[in-house]
Structure formats: C-alpha cells, structure tokens
Design a protein around this ligand. Structure first.
Ligand code: PLP
Length: 262
C-alpha cells in the first residue's frame, strides 16, 4: 500500500515553505501527502505581507477528516500560530500514538511570527512529549529551553546545551546548525542513550534557502513513512535537503525556494 504522511502546518502562498514545501517533499519521496492547514500567509520570497491563524475547531475538523479515512503512518507538525491550536492539535494526536516529527517553527525568515509568544509553553508541555523527533534551529532551541537569544551560539553555548540536553530534554532532537557561524554547517541528532550523530555540509552562500527547515522535517517524516529507522531517516533527509539546495531554481528577488525531485 502507498505510504501516507500528514503535514500539519501553515500555507506559504509563494510555495517555498510550509505546507507547500512539505507536500512537494512527500511527493518527491513517492509518499502520499495529506495536509491540515493551521494558518495562511500572504508571502513571497521577499517576506510575509499578512498572516491569519485558523480557528482551532477548523484545525481539529481537518485532522479528524484525514485521520478517519487515511492510513496515516507519520505526522509532521510545523507552524501552529496560536496556543489554542497547539493544544487542540496535541489533544487530537495524543491518543493516536502516531510517530510525530515536530518542527517548532516560530518565525519566518524575515522575522514575521508564526507562533505567538504565549504558545511556546504550550508547545513545550503539550506537543514535545508526543514527538519522536524535534527539529529546532538554534533560536528555536533557545526559546524551547527558556534561554536568551544568542546564548547557544558559539562552541561554549553548544557545550552548555549538550549538558542541559542530557538532564532536561528526554526527547530526541535534531539541532540544526544553519544559524551558527563557520564554513561548515553541523546538524546534530541527539537520541537518548546514544552518541550524537553529526551531519555536516559546507555552508552555502546563497539567498535561496527558503523552506530548508520545512523540507528537512518533512523529508524525515517521508523516510519514516517508507519504513526507515529514525537515524537512517535523518541521514536520508539531510542528503535530500543538500540536493534540493544545490538545485534551487533561483526564483524571486528575495529568499528563493528549493528544488524538489525524486
Ligand atoms: N511555515 C510557514 C507557513 C512559513 O511561511 C515559513 C517561513 O516563511 C516556515 C514554515 C519556516 O520556513 P523555513 O523552512 O525556511 O524555516
């Protein structure tokens, strides 16, 4: 049977990030993609002009419609917008026991908020415990850990995070290093009771990186739906993102999208 993955995320009218990037990534992996919209952005490569969060009842109705009828294997959760939506999504997904990849999206590239500041606590307490993998970038990891912006930057900051992780974060985490410094970007997969898996790539000096985080988390979800174990799924997803970045079509005058292909 065809593998089915579900993305719960926001819409990017420019098609580079959010639900559109997720569905393209699923399709490129031969995985059937279902989608539950949480918020709608009016957006192009230059930024977000407007954003509107959907009511939690409508998000729940979409979730129930999909889960009632499709053999969903994996759920990827991206931008959620508001605390009531975070709680509603957690309440529906909790009893399903489905593997959940949580991309704790907080801001679009230009700085527009995709998660209310009062929703971070709900994300931490309600959704993190359900996740089989959380994929923050450095600023998102800082917010989830209650640290000040910039505290994780640099080697000292990362060492401090590792210590805190061992103590305070029992959930599997893929820490994305793209916001760090240096010519090598290191993404670190932290699983409980295992040595970290470090995935490296040369830093790309390009504007065309819009949707990189969405693409990585949905590629992990697609690989899980195809039956790969988590470390393997993360490795494959990292390779997929590097190829998608390398073939970016160069669209738009701002931060352009990636290319998605099998
Ligand atoms: N989700 C939506 C709806 C967005 O508009 C964005 C960024 O603009 C993101 C997620 C995060 O994008 P990225 O993968 O570039 O972090």
């Amino acid at each position: 049977m065809k593998a089915v993955a579900l993305t719960v995320a926001g819409s990017d009218s420019g098609g580079g990030a959010g639900i559109q990037a997720d569905l393209k990534t699923f399709a490129a992996h031969g995985v059937y993609g279902a989608s539950v919209l949480t918020l709608v952005t009016a957006q192009n490569t230059r930024g977000v002009a407007a954003s509107h969060a959907l009511p939690p009842e409508l998000v729940v109705a979409q979730l129930q419609a999909v889960l009632d009828d499709f053999p969903v294997a994996v759920v990827k959760v991206g931008a959620l917008g508001t605390a009531p939506v975070v709680r509603a999504v957690a309440d529906v997904l909790r009893p399903t026991g489905l593997p959940l990849i949580l991309d704790p999206v907080m801001f679009a590239k230009g700085g527009a908020a995709l998660l209310d500041s009062d929703a971070v606590t709900a994300l931490r307490t309600e959704l993190l415990p359900l996740a089989c993998l959380v994929t923050p970038n450095l600023p998102e990891a800082e917010a989830l850990l209650g640290l000040a912006p910039g505290e994780l930057h640099g080697k000292t900051g990362l060492e401090a995070l590792r210590d805190r992780l061992r103590e305070a974060l029992p959930f599997p985490l893929l820490l994305k290093g793209g916001h760090g410094a240096g010519e090598t970007v290191e993404d670190e997969l932290w699983l409980p009771n295992a040595a970290p898996l470090v995935l490296t790539a040369p830093r790309r000096h390009t504007r065309h990186t819009h949707g990189t985080g969405c693409t990585l988390s949905s590629a992990v979800a697609a690989n899980l739906a195809l039956g790969h174990a988590l470390p393997e799924a993360v490795r494959h997803a990292h390779t997929y993102v590097q190829a998608a970045l390398g073939h970016a079509p160069g669209l738009g005058s701002g931060h352009g999208p990636l290319e998605h292909f099998p």
